[in-house]
Design a protein around this ligand. Structure first.
Ligand code: 5AD
Ligand code: SF4
Length: 515
């Protein structure tokens, strides 16, 4: 674990606060995950004692109301929690792990922030994600004034930035616990630290880690599908991107741990997994016994009972021929590839440090489509990177028109302090960026409406994922290529893969009927 001096000071305050080496900490096992199971028990004990005191004083009834209190008692819970996730699939998976720990310490998950513990799992990839968190902290403060024993915890990518911690300490002193991306497994220990001294802020930020703690509890959002981390961090240092600074260097999980986790998930009812990493194509390079992502896919494909495999995200520079071959031959691998373009201009790509040109990217797309003709391609594009000229932007539009993506996530460039791009001259004026962004969005939407209809009148395998929000008696599901389909069905079918005839193409989705 590496720390800078600011963080060391924080850590010191934290250790000091918990009574350095006394009581709970003197007895704690040194090894993980045993240590965290110990703290889960300790936190549970403390919460139970508080809850029981509230029951006998009548305070619990006042706080929860009869209905919620009855639910807590029936489920043997000692309070409530709410986790709010910002950002990507990685964060969503981290939140499932955090929820797993919180359930084990005896808290019940609710969807409202009027809870005993509110945890924001933050994102900092673009500045608007940060602004959202600050905005909502104001709202949380108002809630906490009415509920003084409420605890507020912040974690995730934004917390890895020292300037953010400084700002929260100064302007949001009502926050109770702050931790980062490298130590989410420690949540129970941090909660013990905060409960034991019952004042102040517990801050624990690690600058990096090579530790991967396996086998902690997880509370999945969906019973039938799950994200599975295969690696953490990123080594690419694209010049606009803050991820390598907040998620650290690339670390791959051992294949046997990944496969064991997926087997456990399948035994528990999961039919679809999403293999997660910032750059899955460089999986396995730093393992003791190196292994490629293509080899891992083939092994996952052999797992009996598993029906679908997705993965996210691929970097075009590392997408090998062997991976294309593996995708083609593995019948469980979904017909969808997310292949971030970022820009269509070779000049901008170079300054972005992406290590491919426009021609390389287009050649790769041709190769993939030749091998797997029915594949859906999606992408990420940034508009307004420093120095982007109208000609550069025209190159991006050209790639969009040639590739014809099923969908594209378009982003306005956001300056992230500490990245090389933030210090670049000729940042593009806001009005120019907005105008380009609108043009791109229009193009992308028009193409995707045309492209997404190509399977009309065919029968497709659809994983029924939820009840349709808009129409009673309907289900919402996803095709292998990730397109959404709405069709008549009932809740008992959720989690199953069913055959659906696509009757009507609606642009981004289909209406269908089961056959
Ligand atoms: N500004 C705008 N978009 C960004 N992304 C990453 N960093 C930035 C930034 N500074 C986008 C990239 C990436 C996606 C997850 O977020 O397109 O692929
Ligand atoms: Fe950021 Fe580039 Fe790494 Fe993706 S590959 S997380 S864009 S640095």
């Amino acid at each position: 674990m590496k720390k800078n001096s600011f963080q060391q000071e924080q850590e010191y305050q934290y250790r000091y606060g918990q009574g350095s080496g006394s009581g709970l900490w003197a007895e704690a096992p040194k090894e993980e995950p045993e240590r965290q199971y110990y703290f889960i028990e300790q936190a549970r004990g403390m919460l139970k004692a508080r809850f029981e005191a509230g029951l006998s004083s009548g305070r619990a009834l006042e706080k929860y109301g009869k209905e919620q209190l009855d639910e807590l008692l029936a489920g043997e819970f000692f309070g409530t929690f709410c986790v709010v996730t910002f950002g990507c699939q990685m964060n969503a998976r981290d939140s499932e792990k955090l929820s797993g720990i919180l359930e084990q310490i005896g808290l019940k998950e609710i969807q409202s922030e009027n809870a005993d513990l509110v945890l924001y799992n933050t994102c900092t990839v673009r500045d608007n994600a940060n602004q959202k968190v600050y905005g909502r902290l104001g709202y949380l403060h108002a809630l906490k004034k009415k509920r003084p024993d409420m605890k507020i915890a912040l974690c995730g990518c934004m917390m890895q930035e020292p300037t953010v911690i400084e700002k929260i300490r100064k302007s949001y002193p009502f926050v109770d616990i702050i931790f980062g991306t490298h130590n989410i497994f420690k949540l129970a220990e941090l909660i013990c630290g905060r409960l034991e001294r019952d004042r102040g802020m517990v801050i624990d930020i690690w600058e990096g880690t090579d530790q991967i703690v396996e086998d902690l509890p997880v509370e999945r959002k969906y019973p039938f599908k799950s994200g599975v981390n295969i690696m953490f961090g990123c080594n690419n240092f694209c010049s606009y991107c803050i991820v390598p600074y907040v998620r650290g260097r690339e670390r791959s999980r051992r294949p046997e741990d990944i496969l064991a986790e997926i087997r456990r998930l399948v035994a528990d009812g999961v039919v679809e997994v999403m293999l997660l990493g910032q750059n899955v194509n460089s999986y396995g390079k730093n393992l003791e016994e190196p292994m490629t992502f293509a080899e891992l896919l083939r092994k996952v494909n052999e797992i009996e009972g598993l029906e679908r495999i997705r993965f996210m995200t691929s970097h075009p520079k590392d997408l090998s021929d062997d991976l294309i071959a593996a995708m083609k031959e593995c019948e469980k691998v979904c017909r969808h590839l997310h292949l971030p373009l970022q820009s269509g201009s070779s000049q901008i790509l170079q300054v972005m440090n992406r290590k491919y040109t426009k021609a390389d990217y287009l050649a790769l797309v041709d190769k993939i489509r030749a091998a797997i003709p029915d594949i859906s391609l999606t992408t990420d594009i940034i508009v307004g990177f420093p120095g982007e000229t109208e000609e550069d932007f025209a190159e991006t539009m050209d790639v969009v028109r040639r590739v014809r993506y099923d969908s594209a996530f378009t982003f306005i460039y956001s300056k992230r302090t500490g990245t090389p791009a933030a210090a670049m001259e000729d940042q593009v004026p806001e009005d120019v960026v907005k105008e380009r962004f609108e043009r791109l969005l229009k193009e992308v939407q028009q193409i995707s409406a045309e492209v997404c209809g190509r399977d009309l009148h065919t029968v497709q395998k659809v994983l029924a994922e939820s009840l349709d929000d808009h129409q009673a008696g309907y289900l919402t599901g996803r095709m292998s290529n990730n397109t959404t389909v709405h069709f008549p069905g009932d809740a008992s079918q959720i989690g199953r893969i069913v055959d659906v005839r696509l009757e009507e193409a609606k642009g981004f989705y289909y209406m269908g009927t089961q056959v």
